[in-house]
Design a protein around this ligand. Sequence first.
Ligand code: NDP
Length: 247
Amino acid sequence: MIKDKVVIITGASSGIGEATAKEIAAKGAKVVLGARREDRLRQIAEDISAAGGEAIYQVLDVTKPEDNAAIVARAKDRFGRVDAIFLNAGVMPVSNVSALKTAEWKQMVDVNINGVLNGVAAVMPEFLAQKSGHILAVSSVAGLKAYPGTAIYGGTKWFVRDFMEVLRMEAAMEGTNIRTATLYPAAINTELLETITDKQAADGMQGLYQTFGIAPDRIAKVVSFALDLPEDVTVNEFTVGPANQPW
Ligand code: NDP
């Protein structure tokens, strides 16, 4: 059950993270919001409180291990424990490989891969000690299929898929009682496209999202469903997109 679960959300300052925070807080979860933009986090926490929910926030750069440790410590200080972490922070500055936007390649690896690893490393000792915990992560349809323009972004999301599947297997083999859920969203209307600097890639994505994009609260409901599942259920393939989407 979601009620009273303490859930850390990375990338909670907009899009899927914000929608998820509001959705699960409305169902009684105690949410701990993390991202870099403090003003946005403060506003979202205030919105949740005004609606009768419980939320705190902590400025978090997922690429920094110490920030990940700090948000876990903040959750424990305030709520006494951590039940779940939603590893959602991500960037998507897509472009063809020939554009050689190497700084953006590095940024995607740092945020989308190292950010996930840092979050897991920060929370795993708590989950092992309490013999329970739920790790949820956002991959993408780009983590299931190859799309031109997404060699690096897609690669980071293929990593998330592999990592989460192995984590699920190891948790079962080790009997740690750590559960996993991995999401594969398609086109979701958020701020994600704003990270694209390559004009051709941006134009292509804009068209796609205008035609097929759906609202982030659709993903929030899937996260909520996963959190609400019985303790002996772990789900590794939630592919989420509208019925008319061609992939
Ligand atoms: P948004 O751009 O709206 O949200 C991204 C979030 O990540 C923001 O809260 C941002 O906060 C945070 N973030 C970025 N860099 C960092 C960092 N270094 N440290 C901490 N937080 C960071 O996009 P979405 O909501 O769409 O994206 C959420 C996830 O969903 C991403 O992993 C994305 O790859 C994935 N996804 C999205 C799809 C879509 O179509 N929108 C489809 C498939 C997957 P801040 O800038 O304040 O740090």
